[in-house]
Design a protein around this ligand. Structure first.
Ligand code: COA
Length: 374
């Protein structure tokens, strides 16, 4: 008989993993044993990708090789680009991304076999997601079509693909840090969705398609979009107090605050706050930073809640010129590394994930032919 129901699988330990450790009481986050603060201060996104996939930091030669591979894997089949151009230009970019990831599998049947060879698919998806997003976004904004631009880091290529311009050094590092901070977070909903799919011995592309669908939901990937919408609505720091108190009085949630796991400040928020300030200073636009600081003060005083990563990521992307509906796709372009690392770990120690439910419906109904039903 099934035991006690844990709604939302809260606090259920579903499996053992060596990828990501979160201590919600101390506000610590580790990737493969390395503190996120250390990685955000010193590592590149490519190094973090290698670390998450392989379980250790790369040597200089291995890192050079990975960078070359990722750059070479940025292209996607012309047929897929044509398919993207056929999609309605008003589509939700997360729907476009989900469709493209799913379609890519059809062009790469050799990557479809689950197992260690899926690392090739992990690298291609990571390299190609900015290309997919850039191809679609440029077409809908009537920007020039995306053409290869060699020599860019993954973060700089993402900015170039989306915005048709190369970032400054500071902008590129700000995006890189944001990508590092979003790369993995244990068994969050989308990663769990990816692992469930992989655990049936389905292929990596199907697992990532499941994950993109799960990330799309506003309870998971979409909070930073709402934060920026709220900031635009509030307008000036003097109006923050009244706006936040009014929302709380109506029992509305303030996006970017609170966390299921962290009971103190999300360590990723601490790091990204600094980048929001640095970028704001460099652009002579501290408006978002000041609004956010006032919000942090009021929400903590009124509700005792701490900010999470989503409070600051939207301000960083907005300062770069990334439109709001691309925030969640940019999240996906980073989390794909975590999803695929988890899929590879699942293949390595596979056990079909199949929980049970507690049935609470009737058990004694008798079938009646359709003509006899009222
Ligand atoms: N704004 C206002 N109140 C909040 C809040 C928020 N962002 N987050 C939690 N609370 C309040 C709840 O209303 C509840 O108050 P009550 O006890 O007076 O009813 C209390 O804090 C506990 O909330 P609960 O939903 O049980 O906490 P949780 O740990 O399950 O929620 C989140 C975690 C992330 C779902 C929640 O904090 C939230 O909705 N945050 C906003 C969305 C967001 O930023 N998501 C990104 C997460 S990285």
């Amino acid at each position: 008989m099934p035991g006690e129901v844990q709604r939302g699988l809260e606090d259920v330990v579903a499996l053992e993993s060596r990828i990501c450790f979160i201590d919600g009481r101390e506000g610590r986050l580790l990737y493969r044993g390395y503190d996120i603060r250390d990685l955000a201060a010193h590592a590149t996104f490519e190094e973090v990708a290698y670390l998450l996939w392989h379980g250790r930091l790369p040597t200089a030669a291995e890192l050079g090789e990975l960078k070359r591979q990722l750059e070479a894997l940025r292209s996607v089949p012309d047929e897929l680009v044509r398919e993207l151009y056929e999609l309605p230009m008003g589509a939700n970019p997360m729907d476009v991304l989900r469709t493209a990831v799913s379609a890519l599998a059809i062009y790469e049947p050799e990557q479809a076999g689950p197992g260690p060879s899926s690392i090739g698919g992990a690298q291609h998806l990571t390299a190609a997601l900015p290309t997919i997003l850039g191809a679609y976004h440029r077409r809908r904004m009537q920007l020039p079509d995306l053409v290869p631009r060699p020599g860019l880091s993954h973060a700089a290529y993402l900015v170039y693909a989306l915005l048709n311009r190369e970032p400054t050094e500071l902008e590129a590092r700000a995006v890189e840090v944001a990508l590092i901070l979003h790369a993995d977070h244990d068994l969050n909903a989308s990663t769990f969705a990816a692992r469930v799919t992989a655990s049936t011995l389905s292929d990596l592309y199907s697992a990532v398609t499941s994950a993109v669908g799960a990330l799309k939901g506003p309870l998971h990937g979409g909070a930073n979009e709402r934060v920026v919408e709220l900031l635009e609505e509030i307008g000036t720091p003097e109006k923050v107090e009244g706006a936040v108190r009014a929302k709380l009085a109506r029992h509305e949630r303030i996006m970017g605050f609170g966390h299921r796991v962290y009971k103190v400040e999300d360590p990723r928020a601490t790091i990204l706050r600094e980048w929001s300030r640095r970028l704001g200073e460099a652009k002579g636009n501290l408006r978002y930073y000041r609004l956010l600081e006032k919000m942090v003060e009021v929400v903590h005083r009124e509700k005792g809640l701490y900010p999470n990563l989503d409070l600051y990521s939207g301000s960083v992307y907005t300062l770069l010129g990334v439109p709001i509906d691309l925030f969640t796709p940019v999240f996906a372009a980073s989390r794909v590394v975590g999803w695929t690392a988890h899929v590879l770990e699942e293949y390595d120690d596979l056990r079909l994930i199949r929980p049970v439910s507690r049935y609470v419906g009737p058990t004694d109904l008798v079938y009646a032919p359709v003509g006899e039903r009222s």
